[in-house]
Ligand binder design. Structure first.
Ligand SMILES: O=C(O)C1=C[C@@H](OP(=O)(O)O)[C@@H](O)[C@H](O)C1
Ligand SMILES: C=C(OP(=O)(O)O)C(=O)O
Length: 418
């Protein structure tokens, strides 16, 4: 899909789609629970569809109607035979489900697409090898449990999704387990979302100190009704557009949310925007240093913010952006340079010297890098620029936010699907 983006300010109120992270978690917990759960206010996307399909293959009965899933949970420990789980391009689906699938002694094959199987998996490989369990990885991952309760030491700066995955599975083992995080501990806010979701389904996890989780064994998930709150990572695209050139209100955002990406409101405020609740209004902008250790998904759109902030901004602790759907640092460097943005990077840091306006005599041709967050960030850049751009591979938005361009149009954004 190619999308032409014409310059112009957005206006109005946008209903932010529901949190992808919280939806994965609610569907997984419900699928492990005794009885029937309901998860509603879901925004469906390719990643969420992948989690639903995999949980069905692991035995959960999931009915989808409008924006809700009714889920009859299963005892995954009883799964037998040969199971295949297609995770599409979803790192969350793959890394959350590996320990869950390993609760049984079934032979489970995980399939991934795009860059998924190149994303780091060493933490699990080492755990499985230490327990003499099958874990083979090439184009697919083939594994066999049953996983045993242990004291697990997990590197904290590769992906928090390993910690979340273990936290879903370990309460269902008979014995107690502990997870010790080896610092630095990044994306910890996502693990907080996991423990929140576990608590909603009756699972207890003790967190006696910042780097230790104690997980009592012998627990069972209880059915629950969960309504999913808005997605702070998606709000970020609108918050940045408003900070650069307009005024927007973001609806369906929980002011008390535990999502780490809610920090976007602090970043746009520190850049100079007026922020009242979830209404963001442009005022003159300035450069700043932004630490994204706890909110990596904000990386691409913060590059856009920095590009429009006069002065030199730094985005630090950014290394993990290189391991997402694309190398997001390289992708943003390549695409922003086409607009004439001054941007450079080291392995862990991005430096951008911004200015208020960008203009090119020919339409700028942007590559979406098969990455939803690159497509959305470069769309916002194009709306704020002074001349048109064309985004190739814009269908990548389906991974998390299929209605992105429809919502942009509702806000008077001039985007044309070519
Ligand atoms: O747990 C989650 O829902 C997520 C954790 C983060 O990954 P890392 O912990 O690998 O940084 C984030 O980038 C991803 O989009 C969603
Ligand atoms: C990296 C992302 O998701 P995941 O890790 O689940 O593929 C994302 O949504 O930006």
């Amino acid at each position: 899909m190619r999308v032409k983006v014409l310059p112009g300010a957005l206006q109005g109120t946008v209903s932010i789609p529901s949190s992808k992270s919280l939806t994965h978690r609610a569907i997984i917990c419900a699928s492990l629970a005794k009885g029937t759960s309901v998860v509603d206010h879901i925004t469906f996307s390719k990643d969420i569809d992948a989690t639903i399909a995999c949980m069905r293959n692991l035995g959960a009965k999931i009915t989808v109607k409008e924006d809700a899933c009714t889920i009859q949970g299963t005892d995954v420990r009883q799964v037998a035979g040969e199971i295949t789980c297609d995770c599409s391009e979803s790192g969350s689906t793959l890394r959350f489900l590996i320990p869950i699938a390993a609760l049984s002694d079934a032979n489970v094959t995980f399939i991934g697409h795009g860059r998924l199987m190149q994303r780091p998996m060493t933490v699990y490989k080492e755990i499985f090898q230490a327990q003499h369990l099958r874990f083979e990885q090439d184009q697919t991952i083939r594994l066999r449990g049953p996983l045993q309760a242990r004291s697990f030491a997990v590197q904290g700066d590769i992906s928090s999704q390993f910690i979340s995955g273990l936290l879903f599975a370990l309460p269902l083992l008979e014995q107690d387990s502990t997870i010790e995080i080896l610092p630095p501990y990044e994306s910890a806010s996502y693990v907080n979302l996991t423990t929140d979701s576990l608590a909603s389904f009756g699972i207890t996890v003790h967190h006696p100190s910042p780097l230790v989780y104690q997980i009592p064994g012998g627990q069972s998930y209880q059915a629950a009704h969960v309504s999913v709150e808005g997605d702070a990572s998606q709000m970020a695209f609108y918050a940045v557009e408003a900070a650069i050139q307009s005024s927007l209100t973001c609806a369906h955002i929980d002011p008390h949310s535990h999502q780490g990406d809610q920090v976007i409101l602090d970043f746009v405020k520190a850049a100079g925007a007026d922020v009242q609740g979830t209404t963001i209004t442009h005022q003159s902008l300035q450069a700043q240093t932004m630490d994204i250790a706890d909110c990596p998904d904000l990386g691409p759109i913060l590059c856009v913010l920095a590009a429009y902030c006069p002065g030199t901004s730094r985005i630090i602790h950014a290394r993990r952006l290189r391991m997402k759907e694309s190398d997001r640092i390289a992708a943003m460097e390549q695409e922003l340079r086409k607009w004439g943005v001054q941007i450079s990077s080291t392995e862990d840091e991005i430096t951008i010297t911004g200015k208020a306006e960008y203009h090119k005599t020919e339409p700028v041709r942007i590559d979406g890098h098969n990455d939803h967050r690159i497509v959305m960030a470069m769309t916002i850049f194009g709306l704020c620029a002074k001349s048109p751009s064309i985004i190739e591979g814009a269908e990548a938005i389906e991974k998390s936010y299929p209605d992105f361009f429809t919502d942009i149009k509702h806000l008077n954004g001039k985007v044309e699907i070519l």
